[in-house]
Design a protein around this ligand. Structure first.
Ligand code: FES
Length: 575
């Protein structure tokens, strides 16, 4: 093991290694916990940042996995201590976990900074926990390795595989249309989530875990390992061993997170048909690392990387199948010519070295480039007078007829307005209309909730319609699908052009041309803008107020302005 650092160079040495009154206090308090000098003396202190909680079903196993990490740390001669962090259980946190991603990032950064930590193992997986943990670790800068929670087992209903989210949306429409019974629906409730672990479709969790691996921040293959697989605790123990070496070798996020690493991550995102949410998170992570990344980078890479992971919602299979087919290393092997294989990873080896032995074992799950699910990447960036700073769409998950479309708008001013209107049998709407939702962006939602897969109006569902063009400044769940144009920036709540669309206006979309246009004369739009008054702020106190005052727009990653890369934060004084 190459060693660069000496024990007296460790950050934790400042707390425990010097001879003064403060160190006496620190050491006496470690003894109070039950540790002796043999536990800490001259050893890297590894902080295990754990997003386990009783209410997070995706992270149920992380309490036990922290013990596996500790086992590895001890084996390698480190001193492990676990620190709990915000859990952000996607299904339960309201109005949306996105309101709190930056809070987790702040917490991670400050937990690492304020404690005597030399290196970090980050335990997360449920949607916002991956970017939150990684953004904080990037800003703090100590060596860090990410242990993804891993996907849950396949869902099952009457022998049919059920996918998180994707199949729920699908069967909800069948229920609204009267095609399945209450009893069927109740059976699905028990069958859709059969084990701990994250959603097992290519939702935000699976996408972000894969992105973390593509960035080089996980052990090879870690992101596809199903949570209940016995390989998962072995991976955690290995991460524990490796982080101790990373501290001595000074393998920091800054050495791993180069522009090439982010290009690799975008390519993997495209090939996976990944969640649109990942675009926001990747931009935010890159900006933390001081690397300018824009929506144009996604669009450029999207045009040359096809979707080859045949996983729902873009494809047919689930993450458990993807793992058996070879997992992410196998997918990256297929993409090899489109990746920079010289990128450094947490293993201390390059991406190319990590995937050298990878193989595809099921060629319908991980396709070859010439048998792609969709010829281009999973996500397209659209621009036009309706989204001057961009909007995103997942064309691979939309009905092909809607990738080039012109239709009249049906506008909903907010979520509650939409929820009431779509159930009206007398709503004037046809399958060719374009549904528009306003005030669902970063400040307007607030927190940019996952409302972007607007429900198809009930009367059309009954008539068999299953996809329509929908536009909003919201996000949508990575498990969602359909012709949904999302992340419209700037958002309507702050006077973006989406605020000025009216029912009956004509909207034109051309995915091939990356065009999103509102066919209303500029003079009329200017007149509407002059008559527009900003809505009152959503919060007058508390965290929500800080959020709305500092949150950025979707195209810049929705980070807080004061957390982005910039001036250094000093190491804490130890008095
Ligand atoms: Fe946690 Fe989907 S609800 S990953």
């Amino acid at each position: 093991m190459p060693t660069h650092k000496r024990p007296e160079d460790l950050r934790s040495h400042r707390w425990f290694g010097v001879e003064d009154l403060r160190s006496f206090g620190h050491r006496s308090r470690l003894r109070q916990i039950g540790y002796a000098a043999e536990d800490w003396h001259g050893k890297p202190l590894i902080g295990i940042i754990n997003t386990w909680s009783d209410i997070n079903a995706c992270h149920t196993h992380l309490r036990a996995r922290a013990e596996d990490v500790k086992r590895g740390v001890l084996q390698a001669g480190g001193f492990p201590l676990e620190l709990p962090a915000l859990s952000l259980a996607e299904p339960f946190v309201k109005p949306t976990t996105m309101l709190y991603r930056n809070l987790l990032a702040m917490e991670t950064e400050e937990l690492l900074r304020s404690h005597p930590i030399d290196g970090a193992v980050l335990l997360g997986g449920c949607d916002k926990t991956t970017p939150g943990l990684i953004m904080g670790a990037i800003s703090m800068g100590v060596p860090a390795i990410y242990c993804p929670a891993g996907p849950m087992l396949r869902g099952n209903w009457r022998g049919q595989p059920l996918g998180s989210g994707s199949d729920v949306w699908k069967y909800w429409d069948e229920k609204r249309a009267g095609n399945i019974t209450e009893a069927d629906w109740a059976d699905m409730e028990s069958g859709v989530a059969r084990s701990f672990g994250t959603c097992m479709t290519m939702g935000t969790a699976a996408t972000m875990m894969a992105i973390a691996e593509a960035l080089g921040l996980t052990l090879p293959g870690a992101s596809s390992l199903p949570a209940p697989d016995a390989g998962h605790p072995r991976m955690c123990a290995q991460a524990g061993r490796r982080i101790v070496e990373m501290v001595w070798e000074e393998v920091t996020p800054a050495r791993i997170l180069t522009p090439a690493a982010f290009e690799n991550a975008i390519a993997v995102h495209m090939a996976m048909g990944g969640s649109t949410n990942a675009m926001i998170h990747l931009v935010a992570m890159a900006r933390r690392a001081g690397i300018p990344l824009s929506l144009d980078d996604f669009d450029r890479i999207s045009r040359k990387v096809p979707v080859i992971a045949n996983v729902r919602p873009s494809g047919a299979y689930l993450m458990e199948d993807f793992f058996y087919a070879g997992g992410l290393p196998a997918l990256m092997k297929v993409l090899a010519g489109r990746l920079d294989d010289r990128a450094l990873t947490v293993t201390g080896r390059t991406l190319g070295e990590n995937i050298a032995r990878a193989e595809v074992f099921h060629r319908d799950v991980i396709r070859s480039l010439d048998k792609a699910i969709y010829a281009e990447g999973g996500t397209a960036v659209l621009r036009g007078n309706l989204a001057p700073r961009g909007a995103v769409m997942k064309p691979s998950a939309a009905e092909p007829r809607l990738r080039q479309h012109r239709g009249k708008a049906v506008v909903f001013r907010d979520y509650n307005h939409m929820a009431a209107e779509v159930e009206r049998d007398d709503l004037e709407v046809t399958p060719d209309h374009v549904l528009v939702l306003q005030n669902a962006g970063p400040k307007g939602g607030p927190g940019m909730p996952e409302w972007g897969m607007l429900p198809i109006p009930r009367k059309l569902v009954r008539a068999g319609v299953r996809d329509m063009l929908r536009i909003s400044d919201a996000r949508m769940s990575g498990t969602s699908y359909g012709a949904c144009i999302l992340h419209v920036a700037p958002e309507s709540f702050i006077g973006g052009p989406l605020a000025f669309v009216r029912t009956g206006d004509e909207i034109e979309v051309d995915v091939a041309q990356r065009r999103l246009h509102l066919n209303v004369p500029d003079a009329e739009l200017a007149r509407r803008r002059a008559a527009w008054a900003p809505p009152p702020p959503r919060y007058v106190r508390g965290y929500g107020r800080m959020f709305q005052e500092h949150i950025g727009q979707a195209d810049s990653g929705c980070d807080f302005d004061f957390l982005e890369h910039g001036g250094e934060v000093p190491e804490p004084e130890i008095h």
